[in-house]
Design a protein around this ligand. Structure first.
Ligand SMILES: Nc1ncnc2c1ncn2[C@@H]1O[C@H](COP(=O)(O)OP(=O)(O)OP(=O)(O)O)[C@@H](O)[C@H]1O
Length: 257
């Protein structure tokens, strides 16, 4: 008997990755940090990467945007092989990637409005002043910071500064977001707010995101899929349920921390 089931659009489009990493290795001197690592970020998903301190999470993110050169393997971002790009191509690709650093990295001497205007002037060169102002107001509203335009970063709480940093990253419409420990240093309530915001951003701006975190609550709230790294290799990949139901000792110890 033949299978005459029609091919649906879904089944034709089951494989749609914005980042594809194959057999990535990266070391420093004697230390091998990433070992033969392969992973994909699918279009529109929030992928959480968990791992103990020193497991190579930040090195992985830096290799993706080529702040570090990998030793071996391929990294494709939006179809481009990042290790083969010349500086102009790399700069163009980086404009499509939003990077939220652990520290937030707002400019202390600028108001929130000036902080947001800065990347817009650099990247969205065609916008008029009026269009820029409108975009700044809209993005601030989307991160719950309306009415902070003229404030200095030091006048905002830690959680609000994180929101402002996120606004500054998202304002240039990146296709991919890379979050490095987005909730570190924040109290549980503020952390929950940031996790909710990551989900809002995914929906409103249709981003695909990698979220590096130690924070299990952040993983629970945001992850469509989780990858756990151990000693530079993928230890387990699955949904939050797969992780919470795992009988593996290491996974259990991580989730009970
Ligand atoms: N530029 C560098 N030169 C030498 N060694 C480095 C460099 N960057 C990272 N390493 C080493 O690579 C290993 C992995 O570091 P990485 O920052 O990726 O860990 P991590 O999993 O992000 O940890 P954490 O959760 O503490 O931020 C560490 O042992 C670190 O010392």
């Amino acid at each position: 008997m033949t299978n005459n089931k029609p091919v649906t659009p879904e089944s034709q489009n089951t494989f749609n990755s914005v980042i594809e990493i194959n057999n990535l290795s990266k070391g420093f001197a004697e230390q091998q940090v990433l070992k033969n690592l392969s992973l994909e970020l699918h279009n529109g998903e929030n992928l959480v990467i968990l791992g103990k301190s020193g497991s190579g999470k930040s090195v992985l993110i830096k290799c993706i945007v080529r702040l570090l050169n990998s030793d071996y393997g391929t990294i494709k971002v939006l179809g481009e092989n990042v290790n083969e790009l010349k500086s102009k191509g790399l700069a163009a690709l980086r404009k499509k990637i939003g990077f939220l650093f652990q520290s937030g990295a707002l400019y202390d001497s600028m108001t929130i409005k000036q902080n947001l205007e800065f990347p817009l002037i650099r990247i969205k060169k065609k916008l008029t002043k009026m269009e820029r102002n409108k975009k700044i107001e809209e993005v601030l509203e989307n991160v719950g910071l309306a009415n902070t335009l003229d404030k200095m970063p030091s006048e905002l709480s830690g959680g609000m500064q994180k929101r402002a940093s996120l606004a500054r990253t998202i304002i240039v419409d990146p296709l991919i977001m890379l979050y490095d420990e987005p909730t570190t240093g924040l109290d549980p309530v503020t952390s929950d707010g940031i996790s909710a915001l990551i989900n809002d951003i995914q929906k409103k701006y249709k981003t695909s995101s990698i979220i590096i975190t130690h924070d299990i609550e952040c993983a629970r709230a945001t992850a469509d899929r989780i990858i756990m790294l151990k000693d530079g290799e993928v230890y387990l990949e699955g949904t939050i349920d797969d992780f919470e139901n795992s009988t593996d000792e290491l996974i259990q110890s991580f989730f009970k921390e």
